[in-house]
Design a protein. Structure first.
Length: 589
């Protein structure tokens, strides 16, 4: 579907004669005043830009607000009468006529004032928006992008005081597409618990609409990932000058330099919610990110900015899942924006969020469900440019239940365990205090089969006499879960320091895995207590490599001879051995 033309006057205003947009004329805040009748632009459905009426109700200058100033507006017209405005509308530009009748940009919708029906809001002045630098130098943080606006003078009106007191940015929640319902529900529940709403949306119809030319009023997305699993925040383009683009009219996180994806977006509809029910508590645009068009490089207090053209570096993530019962195979391919070069401004990488989602989605999409009883094996390979070989680790997971966890999710231990292990590996790279290594790719092979491959030990038989350091045959009687009894032979090495004489050896298996709190750990982070002096973690890349490899867990049977140390006794590749059993033998010279 191609971008539809708007009314002739709007087209004349928004469509440039040259291939690249030149910035539209702007109006400084001191010229804006109550009573002005203006026009706002935003996408209501699809990609076509719609217009609506905007009335300037009041103006507050920078000195009065302690910020860049604000414009109190009211909206009306067919595009917004039924729903009002909410998340997704932030950045919608407002054009007003100057004394000569020429249309000029005064600012962009940016903040809600919690008024019923969503017909009133605050706008950020255009001077503050375009003062946000597209190219943020060095380690400069967002405080350097805070713009000053000329005060309009006079005291604030009671209505403006009330509006400013209740104002909050119309920030769109993170939208995630490409997830199965069970994974989407688990993610939404965990995000709500963390106080960071995530909205599961349908994937954008990339095959049915072309890449858009971003212009004021276009639907836009700041993308954290692209591909099969897409995560983004959706809003509206405010201003375009050549290849430079300003969006949102408020901060994303206000952290300065960024390296995120600049994407177009597709709006499915406006979800009408005037009574502010649910997690989002407002009317919002149900929208999904579309094509990758450029790089978001700046996240200031008054706007988010970037350039069309070159894309930021991304980390490709591929998860291949195989159903061992049917031999069916599925693959999830996504790529996460890599902000390591700009010092991880969010505190962690988006790879540590996106890669676990891809693992869970691959398994759920393959099975078409998330059964409580499931067995899985995951091998992860993380390629780091500074290391000659990828870092690998493998683990087996056995799930026997899917009881709801604290965050309300019901993911079984195979999906949550594999996801959290991969998140832990990537987070270890994020936390590395040396020169940041560059992750160049993540590949995961996940094999799953229905049912819990678990058996409990009933008895263990050893030879009557053994010697320290000797390898002996162990006869184990097992009871398969939801199955019959059987016996297996294993080999055990008697510890070299085993005491002489008659000894009891206690064998301890590994129980089925217990599901983590869904995605809560991934979203909230690790809450373990830290050393007060600060833990530097691995000091070299080799130590980092070793810590990631250390995520591979031994899930076999351990043994203890008398009061000696526990040793790894034996493991079965076919199933998890659980329970405990004792056996006696005589240790001789």
């Amino acid at each position: 579907m191609r971008l539809l033309p708007v009314a002739a006057a709007v087209a004349a205003l928004l469509v440039p004669a040259a291939p690249a947009f030149a910035g539209d004329p702007t109006m400084p805040l001191w010229q804006v005043h109550a009573g002005m009748r203006c026009t706002g632009y935003s996408v209501i459905q699809g990609t076509a830009i719609s217009s609506f009426n905007v009335d300037v109700l009041d103006v507050a200058g920078g000195e009065a607000t302690g910020s860049a100033g604000r414009i109190l507006i009211g909206v009306s017209g067919d595009a917004v009468d039924a729903t009002g405005i909410g998340p997704g509308f932030s950045g919608s530009p407002i054009y007003c006529p100057d004394e000569a009748g020429a249309q000029r940009v005064i600012g962009a919708i940016s903040e809600s004032i919690n008024e019923y029906g969503g017909k009133a809001a605050l706008a950020t002045p255009i001077d503050a928006i375009i003062s946000t630098p597209v190219d943020v130098p060095g380690r400069t943080n967002a405080t350097s992008t805070k713009a000053r606006a000329t005060a309009t003078g006079g005291a604030l009106s009671p209505r403006m005081k009330a509006a400013l007191a209740s104002a909050k940015p119309i920030v769109a929640p993170m939208s995630v597409s490409g997830l199965s319902p069970s994974i989407a529900d688990a993610l939404s529940a965990a995000s709500a618990k963390a106080g960071r709403p995530v909205l599961a949306v349908p994937p954008g119809p990339l095959g049915s609409f072309p890449a858009q030319t971003l212009r004021p009023g276009s639907a836009v997305a700041v993308g954290y990932s692209t591909g099969d699993v897409r995560t983004s925040a959706v809003g509206t383009v405010t201003y375009v000058d050549g290849d430079r683009v300003w969006v949102f009219g408020h901060q994303l996180e206000g952290v300065g330099r960024r390296a995120l994806l600049l994407q177009d977006a597709y709006v499915f509809r406006i979800v009408n919610n005037p009574t502010a029910l649910g997690a989002l508590a407002s009317t919002y645009k149900l929208a999904s990110s579309g094509h990758d068009l450029g790089t978001i490089s700046s996240d200031g207090f008054s706007a988010v900015a970037g350039r069309t053209g070159a894309l930021p570096h991304t980390v490709p993530v591929q998860v291949i899942a195989r159903d061992l019962d049917t031999n069916a195979v599925t693959a999830v391919n996504t790529a996460a924006a890599d902000e390591a070069a700009v010092d991880l401004p969010s505190g962690g990488s988006w790879t540590s969020f996106v890669a676990p989602l891809a693992v869970s989605q691959a398994a759920a999409g393959l099975l078409g469900s998330t059964p409580a009883r499931l067995t899985g094996d995951m091998c992860a390979k993380i390629a780091i440019s500074e290391l000659a070989k990828p870092v690998r680790f493998c683990n087996r997971y056995v799930s026997t239940s899917a009881a709801q966890s604290d965050d309300g999710t019901s993911l079984n231990a195979v999906l949550s365990g594999a996801s959290n292990d991969l998140a832990t590996a990537v987070s270890a790279i994020d936390a590395y205090t040396g020169t940041p290594p560059q992750v160049t790719g993540i590949n995961v092979l996940l094999k799953v089969r229905r049912g819990a491959d678990q058996a409990f030990m009933r008895s263990v038989k050893l030879p009557a006499r053994v010697r320290p350091g000797q390898r002996v045959r162990v006869r184990v009687s097992l009871q398969r879960v939801r199955g019959g009894t059987f016996a297996r032979n294993y080999t055990l090495r008697i510890p070299a320091d085993a005491p002489r004489g008659k000894q009891r050896i206690r064998f301890v298996g590994q129980d089925a895995d217990q599901g983590e709190d869904g995605f809560t750990t991934i979203i909230i982070g690790d809450d373990d207590e830290r050393d007060e002096g600060g833990d530097p973690g691995p000091r070299t890349l080799r130590q980092l490599e070793a810590s990631i490899k250390g995520l591979a867990r031994y899930d076999g049977v351990t043994a203890r001879v008398g009061r000696g140390s526990r040793i790894q006794a034996f493991r079965d590749d076919a199933f998890r051995i659980s329970g405990t059993a004792d056996a006696t033998t005589r240790v001789t010279r």
